[in-house]
Design a protein around this ligand. Structure first.
Ligand SMILES: [Ca+2]
Ligand SMILES: [Ca+2]
Length: 209
């Protein structure tokens, strides 16, 4: 009887211990999950990139020209063409994401070089993976340093060639920034007396090493 009585009292005790144990496990699990969540937040962090400062241009007066393939870049004694470049916020998130380039009264062989900075304003490193070039008539993407041509007036003939170089795949840490530059060479089919325009959008991904 004593044994039976003991076992009868032991069962609820075991259940109670089990329940407490489960409660402790549940409690711990909840805490662990919360910690994981917090850790997860830190790890996913805030991916932020923004253009920094201004776009510098080589043509600030007398024009520059070059030959095919950006060879023989030289300044000439005339100021006919000009360029303009500025940043816009296409998705209205308060952060400029796209570069607009305008070419005014340019002509075949006109050369321009532009440079700007992109700043890591977030909490995690990123790298540039793609640049999309858009005209009203076509979009082209590059994922590595590349030459490309763009049709800016819709006649299916390329009006400019571009060379976009550095910084693909380079890790940029929070608060860091990268200097990006590209060349423009106006080609023979370029229309006369026209303002030509294209945009470049830069796409980053988070990059944790
Ligand atoms: Ca000029
Ligand atoms: Ca064209």
């Amino acid at each position: 009887m004593a044994l039976l009585k003991k076992s009868k009292t032991a069962l609820p005790a075991i259940l109670a211990i089990t329940l407490i144990a489960l409660a402790i496990v549940g409690f711990s699990y909840a805490h662990w999950y919360e910690n994981l969540w917090l850790t997860g937040e830190v790890k996913t962090g805030n991916l932020c990139a923004r253009f920094w400062g201004i776009v510098t241009r080589t043509d600030t007066g007398k024009d520059w020209t070059c030959d095919e393939g950006f060879n023989n870049v030289r300044q000439i004694n005339k100021d006919i063409g000009s360029s303009n470049a500025y940043f816009i916020d296409t998705n209205k998130d308060g952060c400029n994401d796209t570069l607009v380039v305008e070419l005014n009264n340019v002509y075949p062989c006109y050369y321009e070089h532009m440079a700007f900075w992109i700043h890591n304003c977030g909490t995690i490193p990123w790298k540039i993976v793609r640049v999309n070039f858009t005209t009203p008539y076509e979009t082209k993407s590059i994922t590595k340093p590349s030459y490309l041509t763009l049709d800016l007036n819709g006649d299916k003939k390329a009006d400019i060639e571009l060379y976009w170089g550095n910084n693909f795949g380079q890790q940029v840490d929070p608060c860091g920034r990268v200097d990006i530059s590209f060349d423009i060479h106006v080609l023979q089919p370029c229309p006369e007396n026209t303002k030509l325009k294209f945009t470049a959008t830069i796409i980053m991904v988070n990059w944790n090493e």
